[in-house]
Design a binder for this molecule. Structure first.
Ligand code: AMP
Ligand code: MG
Length: 691
């Protein structure tokens, strides 16, 4: 099948000279994904190195009998008519040959600007190419678009559809795709020769060979890079991952595009589906560097942020069903607000301001009200009755308040001065066409729904809600309404964690309770992985004999015990079960709640496609005294009374009543502190952890 690939490689190309030895954005990045496994992206300093790497990698893959999709992020063809005019052929491969014969390329220099200048000279010297990154002038190549004239279409059909794509005539500056194409096609042409019948180029040739070379544009779907990733490194990773996660039949459909000599961008029209198809996590994704014993809270958070990624699909969602959903794309205003200039008050409208003194204006026999646009023109010197929200009729730009007016004998009388434009709202003064009214990653609030609706958008692209499975473990647990033997306790964590998940905007899935027994837990985790996108367990997360959550995850080779320097909260177990991340929360309800708020909340937000969340707290004077040793962060159950922060009398982490007493937490820093009454402390209300 066309869309059946064993290996997906995505390459982020560069038109410039050799990049630094240390990985950075401007050189070449490549990433290999096979099914669910995404390899670490490779940094290639220069095209020569990239070409060698590609030949080696593609040879190894095909020798091993694997079929390969290899994506490059530059156009494979030029806008229609260019090849014909340049060399008398519409065949894109003739253009590839043409460029290969002329481009000279070494790690420190290449002649792309000269070649662009030569082509321009052939067409009158003012285009199609523009932009010169060199100090020396090049005949025929304009430095800027000043005086530029392009005898060809500015964009390919694909770029017309891909909003934000740059044109391939631009040779320098931000988004200079032109250089990448010129410096990329000769390499592709050599690969084509090297692999002969084993390689086919999309969409110019049928993809029957074992290597498919495909044009991709990572910015279409990759989304913003998480912190600590270099943008290009992230883009090749995300795109390779997303393409590798596609069903072969679906990928075949996406590759099936109309015949063209211009080339096409893979995934156009399928952006929502590609974005965040996200493959399951790698088993070792939570592994910590060896030798780390107590991980500071901030390091643990940074790590989580880096290792988790959005996993939900976007779907078109009517605005009235979008409350609390996370936007997958920016919402751009197709219409201004207000759409027309209108009046902010009830009164009388006319043209122009009026100076000091008495004024009299005859009224026309009409009325402008909201919703029905008055089509009559108000003559100069006359006024018209106008009601709040009504669009200003032609001939009106100023409104006088009805309270300031006497109506006598079919005319209004009032005292000036009144400025031109008084009491009116300009079209677009709130939102202009093209403004982003809600950014992707935002969890929609009622106010967002108002502004989105006001600009006439009825449907948004929102991520499906994250399904979070919640499981309690422990032989000692019984459920509500059951008989409890003397040694048993009621399951307090599950209702609490389920409630938190709901407040955090996700869908809680009740996975029930399971005893401390490995086969039972294994079976339950299997069910959980099938139903949920992420699993939260409580209890059994330490390294003891009865700690079967960590035991099982360990057995599966997919677990890391994070000894985080936090109180309350014993080790947090982080693992992967069948591709789904598992947060093994401490059994202790107080610790379970703190760990859910501090670690799970931001991680789940990110998985749901929202921005990573940082708790909103503020400093208030303490109503208590407390000495704390250095080495770990502490959270105390707290509430505010009379402007001061009180903490719960007992710090015992078994004291569930203290959780209900509290209205938030006090966060004490990692270092030693001695808080005296009146000292400022950081208080985070429960709502500060919520989106
Ligand atoms: P564990 O992490 O399994 O060693 O549990 C630590 C403490 O939390 C023990 O005292 C458990 O009985 C208690 N615990 C574990 N799970 C729950 C739960 N779901 N509800 C209330 N207490 C629990
Ligand atoms: Mg237990």
């Amino acid at each position: 099948m066309t869309g059946q690939f064993d290996t997906v490689i995505v390459v982020d190309w560069s038109g410039g000279n050799q990049g630094s030895a240390k990985p950075r954005a401007d050189a070449i990045w490549a990433c290999i994904a096979r099914g669910e496994i995404v390899e670490e992206a490779v940094y290639l300093r220069h095209r020569g190195a990239a070409e060698d790497w590609l030949i080696q990698t593609l040879t190894a893959e095909t020798t091993a009998g694997r079929r390969v999709f290899v994506g490059f992020d530059f156009p494979f063809g030029y806008p229609a008519g260019f090849g014909q005019a340049l060399l008398g052929s519409d065949d894109p491969f003739d253009l590839w040959d043409w460029f290969e014969a002329r481009i000279e390329d070494t790690p420190t220099a290449n002649n792309r600007f000269d070649v662009a200048g030569q082509i321009n000279t052939q067409f009158g010297g003012r285009g199609p190419f523009w932009g010169n990154g060199l100090k020396r002038d090049i005949a025929g190549l304009p430095r800027t678009k000043l005086g530029y004239a392009n005898p060809f279409p500015d964009r390919r059909k694909a770029e017309e559809q891909a909003t934000g794509a740059f044109t391939l005539w631009q040779m320098s500056g931000v988004g200079s795709v032109g250089g990448q194409v010129m410096m990329g096609l000769p390499v592709l042409n050599r690969l084509r020769r090297h692999f002969g019948a084993h390689l086919a180029v999309w969409p110019f040739e049928p993809l029957k060979a074992s290597i498919a070379v495909v044009e991709v544009w990572p910015s279409l779907t990759a989304g913003a890079a998480p912190a600590d990733w270099i943008k290009d490194q992230w883009q090749v990773h995300a795109v390779a991952r997303d393409i590798a996660a596609l069903e072969p039949a679906r990928l075949s459909e996406m590759l099936n595009v109309p015949t063209t000599t211009e080339g096409w961008i893979f995934g156009l029209g399928y952006e929502d589906e590609l974005r965040g198809t996200g493959q399951p996590l790698r088993n070792d994704c939570f592994a910590l560097p060896p030798g780390v014993h107590w991980t500071p809270v901030d390091v643990a958070l940074q790590d989580l942020r880096k290792r988790l990624h959005p996993v939900m699909r976007a779907q078109p969602t009517p605005v009235d069903a979008a409350l609390g959903r996370v936007l997958a794309t920016d919402v751009v205003a197709p219409r201004a607000n207000p759409p027309l200039p209108n009046t902010a008050v009830d009164g009388y409208g006319f043209a122009g301001g009026r100076g000091a003194g008495a004024h009299r204006l005859p009224l026309v026999d009409a009325q402008a009200a909201a919703g029905a646009r008055l089509t009559e023109i108000v003559p100069p010197g006359a006024a018209v009755r106008i009601l709040t929200g009504a669009a200003l009729p032609d001939g009106v730009d100023t409104v006088v308040l009805q309270e300031d007016v006497d109506v006598i004998d079919g005319a209004i009388r009032f005292m000036g001065p009144l400025k031109a434009g008084a009491n009116t709202r300009a079209a677009g003064e709130d939102v202009q066409v093209g403004d982003v009214v809600a950014e992707k990653g935002r969890r929609l609030t009622p106010a967002d729904l108002a502004v989105i609706s006001a600009v006439g958008v009825g449907k948004v692209s929102a991520f499906e809600r994250l399904r979070v499975g919640v499981l309690s473990t422990g032989d000692e647990l019984v459920g509500a309404g059951q008989d409890a033997a003397p040694g048993q306790i009621f399951d307090a964590n599950r209702p609490m964690v389920m409630g938190l998940i709901e407040r955090l905007g996700h869908v809680p899935i009740d996975l029930g309770r399971v005893e401390d027994n490995r086969p039972a837990l294994r079976a339950r985790l299997d069910e959980a992985a099938a139903q949920a996108d992420v699993i939260l367990t409580s209890g059994g997360a330490s390294a003891g004999d009865e700690d079967h959550v960590s035991g099982l995850l360990n057995e599966a080779g997919a677990m890391a015990l994070w000894r985080i320097a936090i109180k309350p909260g014993r080790p947090l177990a982080l693992g992967v079960w069948q591709g789904k991340p598992v947060f093994g929360l401490p059994g202790n309800p107080v610790a379970a709640m703190v760990c859910t708020l501090v670690f799970a909340a931001p991680a789940l937000a990110q998985m749901a496609g929202a921005a990573w969340t940082v708790p909103h707290g503020f400093d208030l004077p303490a109503a208590f005294e407390k000495r704390k040793k250095p080495g770990r962060r502490e959270f105390l159950r707290a509430r505010v009374r009379a402007g001061r922060v009180e903490v719960f009398a007992s710090e015992g982490s078994g004291r569930i009543s203290g959780l209900a007493w509290a209205e938030g937490l006090v966060e004490l820093p990692d270092g030693a502190v001695h808080v005296q009454p009146g000292d400022p402390v950081r208080y985070i209300p429960w709502s500060g952890f919520m989106p």
